[in-house]
Design a binder for this molecule. Structure first.
Ligand code: FE
Ligand code: FE
Length: 196
């Protein structure tokens, strides 16, 4: 059983993020902790994942690309053109290297927090949804519905978040990660099968 010093982590992280991102981070941490209480997930480890999910967000883009090289992370053409997309997988490497996290579930929750993926663990689902519904979020459509659903049916909340993420990205005509489409189809089928 590893134990984490959340206060120490918070103090270190505060220096790496701007104020708005730090507040968002605390919102995700406490929302994730609440969902962990609701679903019987490990509180401390889920809090660590929420706290560190955006730890690479405020690194300047050229530096992000350099760090991906350093950590030997593959960078696609789309990511090279839009390096902000790298903060999730880079965040997982930094959580391991700079914050001493060696828990694969925490690291995967950080790695897949933006795109989601098919077959997420409970902790991955919690971080994915918490990032979308934390109290500081205001712009996403269907927020009241997804917030309520998150505490009643986590898989449905994951599906609704994926659906709205896809609609939003399609409207913006921005780069859509194929992983999000695969995840959306996976949870659509998962929910359909569950109804049978
Ligand atoms: Fe993020
Ligand atoms: Fe975030």
């Amino acid at each position: 059983m590893s134990s984490y010093n959340l206060v120490k982590m918070q103090n270190k992280l505060k220096k790496e993020l701007d104020d708005a991102r730090f507040i968002h981070t605390l919102g995700v941490m406490y929302t994730a902790a609440s969902l962990a209480m609701c679903y019987g997930e490990d509180l401390e480890r889920t809090s660590v994942a929420g706290l560190l999910h955006d730890c690479a967000k405020c690194i300047p883009n050229p530096q992000k690309l350099k760090l991906c090289e350093h950590y030997k992370l593959p960078v696609s053409d789309i990511e090279r053109k839009a390096p902000h997309l790298l903060h999730a997988k880079l965040g997982a490497s930094i959580a391991r290297d700079k914050y001493g996290v060696d828990d694969s579930d925490i690291l995967n929750a950080i790695r897949f927090h933006t795109t989601g993926r098919a077959g997420m663990s409970q902790m991955e689902k919690i971080i994915f949804v918490a990032d979308y519904i934390e109290p500081g979020r205001t712009k996403a459509p269907n927020l009241p519905q997804i917030r309520k659903t998150a505490f009643a049916d986590l898989d449905l909340a994951v599906y609704l978040t994926l659906r709205d993420t896809l609609i939003f990205l399609e409207e913006k005509k921005t780069n859509l990660d194929n992983q999000t489409i695969v995840a959306y189809n996976y949870y659509e089928e998962f929910l359909a099968e569950r109804e049978d």
